[in-house]
Design a protein around this ligand. Structure first.
Ligand code: SF4
Length: 487
């Protein structure tokens, strides 16, 4: 098992280690640059891309504004179509419901198609504890699972692995999970895909329960939609007897027609395809076709708290395309694991601290995992103003104080000084008078030493600004009546 995300180090600590991994950086640079170039070409083909972007944001905002209504409509539609809807307040509840459904069937194995929500809840670990084996079937998720690793990218969870590493993982690990890799497996992509196909095929044909996520849930019809490239998702969604879909409540959209926007923006933004190879939709259950039992678990897990924040709620528009990761200079260097959650990169830096709160050093550090360059906002197909939310969350972290006491003390001192002009003037005069004695650098203690060692102190002017200003304006100008100025 790869383990949960609990107890991981803060972003700076994790990034400090990952940025030294030259293989990781080479893999990431190659992959992100390739995807971002292709994406730009795919987007430029559409003259109405700005309008699609605005429409996508508007649909999501409208849905989020009326989420209570649309969720009830969705529940009714799914139920009328033969499905069963469950509501999970948090990760534990979602995992409990899922485990219970599986246990009532007597099965001990499940196949999974990529579901970020189940990574968020730690479902595989919970199932393992209950004696149930979960097999990932998305190719990249399979690689991550076989490697006892964690995903490092939303769309390409194994982006940090190259072909040779993947060949070695298949070679050593497949045999412990089922059908072994063929002898003399090469690192040719076709051979690797064939090895995965053979390994997974026996699981698809044997396993009676599947667990999925969904890209969209349509409230008016109760239809769920999964968008993918490999076809493994379709195998999961159609072959087993029982299908359990665990989906965040923000994936709801009102009508079938709303899909027309997202089915144009999502493939182009994610894989740079005009249309993704497999779009699977299902509505409840159908006699003689597909799973006989369908359970939909609607996951909150911090989403309604996020919705209550008028600035932060934009993050719930996200359609998980991963375009923001592929253009982020911080993600490219630090890699996905440093973000300590299933949501890496810029979207992770704004979503995770809202879903989990900012009480741990890791979650409190995430809003700072950005240069605020704004490249993420430029590419986002639903126009999430990620830099705005980052600054908003930094304010929240600074207000809560823990871990930033020195910064808060410095800000309090600066506030007092700027609020007392006489004191400020005295400090300026003293600084000018002693300028010859100032060191070139001011070595700070502790972790701040690395920062201060790399920076020269700015040179203090021979004459304070206000004294020079007074001279320039002439001796006759009247002094300002500040509250610290004698009347
Ligand atoms: S924040 Fe925007 S760009 Fe990033 S994954 Fe979500 S939809 Fe895509």
């Amino acid at each position: 098992m790869s383990g949960t995300y609990l107890g991981l180090p803060s972003f700076p600590e994790a990034a400090h280690a990952s940025t030294k991994d030259t293989q990781l950086r080479a893999n990431l640079t190659h992959a992100t640059h390739t995807i971002r170039t292709k994406r730009a070409t795919a987007i430029n083909e559409l003259p109405d891309w700005p309008q699609l972007r605005t429409a996508g944001a508007a649909i999501k905002d409208h849905t989020l504004h009326h989420l209570d209504h649309y969720l009830q409509q969705l529940e009714t539609a799914v139920t009328n179509a033969g499905g069963t809807v469950h509501w999970a307040t948090d990760a534990d509840e979602a995992n409990r419901i899922t485990t219970h459904i599986i246990q009532t069937t007597g099965e001990t194995e499940v196949v999974k198609v990529k579901s970020m929500a189940t990574q968020e809840t730690g479902l595989n670990e919970a199932l393992h504890t209950a004696g149930i084996h979960a097999y990932e079937t998305d190719l990249a998720e399979l690689i991550v699972q076989l490697a006892h690793d964690k995903p490092s990218h939303i769309l390409v969870p194994a982006i940090h692995k190259n072909r040779t590493e993947i060949r070695d993982i298949f070679h050593h690990e497949m045999t412990h999970w089922g059908r072994p890799a063929p002898d003399h497996l090469t690192d040719n992509p076709t051979d690797l895909a064939e090895a995965a196909r053979l390994h997974l095929r026996e699981k698809f044909l044997r396993t009676k329960i599947a667990i999925s996520g969904a890209n969209f849930m349509i409230a008016e019809t109760g239809t769920l939609v999964v968008v993918e490239s490999e076809g493994n998702g379709r195998m999961c969604l159609t072959l087993p007897d029982t299908l359990i879909s665990i989906v965040g409540i923000e994936k709801t959209i009102p009508t079938f027609q709303d899909l027309e926007v997202f089915l144009q923006t999502l493939p182009r933004s994610s894989t740079a395809e005009r249309m993704n190879p497999y779009t699977t939709m299902w509505t409840g259950t159908t006699t003689h076709d597909g799973p006989k039992n369908f359970h939909l678990i609607l996951l909150d897990n911090g989403r309604t708290d996020t919705l209550a924040d008028t600035t932060g709620r934009q993050a719930l528009r996200c359609i998980r395309c991963s375009a923001c990761l592929n253009v982020c200079p911080v993600y490219e260097r630090a890699g996905g694991h440093a973000y300590g959650s299933p949501y890496p990169g810029p979207i992770g830096a704004i979503l995770t601290p809202q879903l989990r709160g900012t009480t741990t050093p890791l979650d409190a550090s995430l809003p700072y995992a950005s240069t605020l360059c704004g490249a993420c906002y430029d590419v986002c197909p639903v126009a999430i103003d990620i830099p705005e939310i980052l600054v908003h969350l930094r304010e929240r972290v600074a207000e809560q104080g823990e871990g930033h006491r020195a910064e808060r003390a410095a800000m309090r001192a600066a506030t007092w000084l700027l609020d007392h002009p006489a004191a400020l003037s005295a400090v300026e005069r003293a600084a000018s008078a002693t300028r010859g004695l100032h060191p070139a650098r001011l070595p700070l203690p502790g972790p701040a030493k690395a920062w201060s060692d790399a920076r020269d102190l700015p040179e203090v002017a021979a004459e304070p600004f206000r004294a020079g200003w007074k001279k320039a304006r002439g001796a006759g100008s009247a002094p300002r009546k500040d509250k610290d100025t004698p009347r």
